[in-house]
Every structure is written in structure tokens, then in C-alpha cells.
Design a protein around this ligand. Structure first.
Ligand SMILES: Nc1ncnc2c1ncn2[C@@H]1O[C@H](COP(=O)(O)OP(=O)(O)OP(=O)(O)O)[C@@H](O)[C@H]1O
Ligand SMILES: [Mg+2]
Length: 399
């Protein structure tokens, strides 16, 4: 029968596809302790029966804003179980971009049978109040991508939600978390942030390579078959995503690498992710046709020879040391029958490669912190492709 479908469900590398889904909620956030604590601090009174909190979370794309709020709501409910009945609802305002739609969604999430058609804003809010009072629960409302609603309907709803307790005895019915990418909040920032309290504004930074590495590592550990990946491959993926600082990019690259690796499986080769799997499949004429590989065309001859030495090693290995570079450069010089440049010159080339984003370097301490080794990698190019182009360029020069 249809043998092209054989691979579906085979999963030589992928043990749990869900883990590589953007919407999968990790058991815990990695590397975000400081922001998690900052957020928790805004809700320090929540254990108290009249306590409520407010927070505005902003940060660049893929910096973990949504997952920060999601995991907080999940964890706080568990944490307060038995002490206070806490519920949470999240509305993505990109899909519900008017204040009317937002309230309808909140009500629907709390009470799926609630009739919302034909009700005015005032009536909807009244229903919401009644519902919360009846349940005697505290509600955390998360408005994700809130800028969409603010742009369409202004910030009036925020005001209404913040005063939801006003007509009743008691306080602390509702907490509010607003989330927005920082670039889009600017126009509305002053009004909204002052309403929510400037001290409740939590600004998230983009992820560093180390942060992305930890996130990709978590997904690999929980979603892939053991032995099909190495920490070095995960590091390379993190370095490739490093320019953006976007966690989604790191997960996407891991997912793509897994797919390519699965695709290569034919029952004969070892199922594990290799350097080639983390790059876009190359087209065969890449050495001659136009592509961003051209960035190397103006390198001088010896820089090309050093880079070629690196490419050859990095085709099969994720990283190499500067010592490896010099050794392999010597071999390449012999091959092209030229005299090697000095150590200092090679070092200068390596710096230049890094500036051009051809390579990435990381200094690691070894042997209990006594020695320091520089690890070089090539996350943005497929070393094999770069090598072909270099060989073509060098051929012209040595003709
Ligand atoms: N610290 C982390 N630990 C584990 N997973 C993370 C972490 N940060 C982000 N992620 C994962 O990365 C992906 C992107 O994160 P998230 O959706 O929270 O970003 P965002 O800042 O809301 O992005 P956007 O601005 O596009 O809405 C999600 O799949 C999320 O689970
Ligand atoms: Mg988000």
C-alpha cells in the first residue's frame, strides 16, 4: 500500500509531537526565575480573601510573555488550593478585538451556557459580577495582545474591570494581567500603565543564546527519543536563533531539524540529528548561484583557507576549538601549497568571521576554571555549502 506514508507515526526521533507545539505548556519555565518572582510579587496578597493583583507584561516577540502568564495562573491555582478558590481566564484580544467581544469571551469561558447575544455592556458586566459572587471565587483575567483591543475600543473596559467590586460588599474579586509586545504598546502606554500602576509594569528582555539553549533543551529532553540528539546540536540551534532572541524560533528550528532527520531515515542510517539537519536544505547549484554565501567573496586568500579548514570540520561536528582551526589550516595550506600565516593573523581572521556573523564563538572554562577554550561554530550557514563556494573561489585564485 501507500509506502510513502510509512513514516507517519514511525517517530524514530520524535517521541512526543505535542512537546514541539508552540501551544504546549511546559511543566516549568526555564531560566525565567527573576521575572517569575517579579510577577508573583504583584500578587503577594492573593492568599488573603480580599487580595488582588495587577500586572502589565511587555516584551519583544517570543520572549515568553504568554507562557509566563499561563504558567503563573496554573501554578497559583495549585498553590492556593484549599485556601482560596482562584480561577483564571485568558482572552487573546487579537481574536476578540473589541471590549464587547472581550467581555463576551470572559463570560463564555466562565459559563459556556451564558447567553450573550443582545446584552449590553452594562448587562454583561453585571452578569460577570453575579457569576463571581455566586461562585465565591477570585478571577484572574489575562488579556493577551491587549493592544488590539485598546486600539479598537480604548481602555474603558480596563477601568470597568478594575472597579468591578464597587457596587458590592467586599473587595478582591478580580485580578488583571495585561500582555503586549512592547513596540505596539507605545502610543497607549502612558494611559494604560498609569491606570494599572507604573510599578506593576514588568518588562521582559529578549532571550540570550543561553536562554534559548535551555528552552530547546527542555523540549528535546521531554519530546525526543533519547540518543537522537546531543547538547551540542541544541547549542547550535540556540546560536542560530540567537539573533532574534525569540523562543519560538528556537523551537521551530528544533522541530525542522527533527523533521529533516526523520525524513532521512531509511532503516539503514543511525537516527540522530546532525549539523545538516538544522539548516535549510541546500540547492545543489548554491556554490555558483546567488545566495547570501556571497558575503565571503571578498575575503582574502588566507582568510578563505582558514574558513575552508573550519567548514570541513564543522560539516560533521557542531563546534571546534581555535587549536583545531590552526591544525586544519596547516593541512589546507599544504593542500594548496602555500606558507601558513602567523597565529596572530589567523586570530584576526577569526574575529573578522565573527563580526561578519559567519561564525559564533563561546568561551568555556575547563578543568575547574583554570583553562579557557574558545569554541567556534557556524549556526547561520551550512558548512558544506560554504566549503563548496570557497573551493570554487580558491580554484580561480590558484589557477
Ligand atoms: N522560559 C521558557 N521556558 C519554556 N518555554 C518557553 C519559555 N519562554 C518561552 N517558551 C516557549 O516559547 C514559545 C514562545 O513563547 P510565548 O508564546 O510565551 O512568547 P510571547 O512573548 O508571548 O510571544 P508573542 O509576542 O509573539 O506573543 C512558546 O511555545 C513557549 O512555551
Ligand atoms: Mg504571546
Amino acid at each position: 500500500m501507500a509506502s510513502y506514508l510509512d513514516r507517519i507515526g514511525a517517530g524514530a526521533v520524535l517521541a512526543d509531537p505535542e512537546v514541539l507545539d508552540f501551544d504546549w505548556m511546559p511543566p516549568e519555565l526555564v531560566g525565567r526565575d527573576p521575572v517569575q518572582r517579579e510577577l508573583a510579587a504583584k500578587f503577594s496578597t492573593l492568599a488573603h480573601h480580599e487580595g488582588a493583583g495587577r500586572a502589565v507584561i511587555t516584551g519583544p516577540v517570543g520572549s515568553g510573555k504568554t507562557v509566563l502568564a499561563d504558567t503563573f495562573c496554573r501554578d497559583i491555582q495549585r498553590h492556593l488550593a484549599g485556601r482560596r478558590n482562584v480561577r483564571s481566564v485568558k482572552v487573546n484580544c487579537r481574536n476578540a478585538s473589541t471590549s464587547m467581544r472581550v467581555v463576551q469571551r470572559i463570560l463564555h469561558l466562565l459559563d459556556p451556557g451564558h447567553p450573550d447575544r443582545g446584552l449590553s455592556m452594562g448587562e454583561l458586566l453585571l452578569s460577570l459580577r453575579r457569576l463571581l459572587r455566586r461562585e465565591a471565587s477570585h478571577l484572574i483575567v489575562v488579556l493577551d495582545e491587549v493592544d488590539h483591543m485598546l486600539r479598537r475600543s480604548g481602555d474603558d473596559l480596563l477601568y470597568q474591570l478594575l472597579r468591578i467590586d464597587e457596587d458590592q460588599e467586599g473587595k478582591g474579586t478580580m485580578s488583571l494581567i495585561l500582555i503586549s509586545q512592547e513596540q505596539v504598546l507605545d502610543v497607549l502606554e502612558t494611559a494604560v500603565i498609569s491606570r494599572m500602576g507604573a510599578s506593576n509594569h514588568i518588562k521582559i528582555q529578549p532571550y540570550s543564546v543561553e536562554g534559548l539553549e535551555a528552552i530547546a533543551l527542555q523540549r528535546a529532553e521531554l519530546g525526543l527519543v533519547p540518543g537522537t540528539w546531543t547538547p551540542e546540536i541544541i547549542r547550535l540551534i540556540a546560536e542560530k536563533a540567537g539573533l532574534t532572541g525569540d523562543a519560538r524560533r528556537a523551537i521551530e528550528l528544533l522541530n525542522a531539524a527533527v523533521e529533516r532527520c526523520e525524513f532521512r531515515q531509511d532503516g539503514h542510517n543511525e537516527p540522530y540529528i546532525i549539523v545538516e539537519d538544522i539548516h535549510e536544505p541546500s540547492n545543489t547549484s548554491i556554490a555558483t548561484s546567488g545566495s547570501n554565501l556571497e558575503t565571503i567573496d571578498d575575503l582574502n586568500t588566507h582568510a578563505m583557507l582558514v574558513l575552508l579548514a573550519m567548514c570541513r570540520r564543522l560539516t560533521n561536528q557542531e563546534t571546534m576549538t581555535t587549536g583545531d582551526v590552526e591544525q586544519l589550516y596547516a593541512v589546507v595550506c599544504e593542500e594548496y601549497d602555500v606558507k601558513m600565516k602567523s597565529h596572530t593573523t589567523v586570530w584576526k581572521y577569526l574575529k573578522d568571521f565573527e563580526t561578519r556573523q559567519l561564525t559564533v564563538s563561546r568561551v568555556a572554562t575547563i578543568g575547574g576554571g583554570r583553562g579557557r577554550t574558545t569554541h567556534l561554530s557556524m549556526p547561520h550557514f551550512l558548512p558544506k555549502d560554504l566549503a563548496s563556494r570557497l573551493e570554487m573561489l580558491l580554484k580561480k585564485q590558484f589557477r
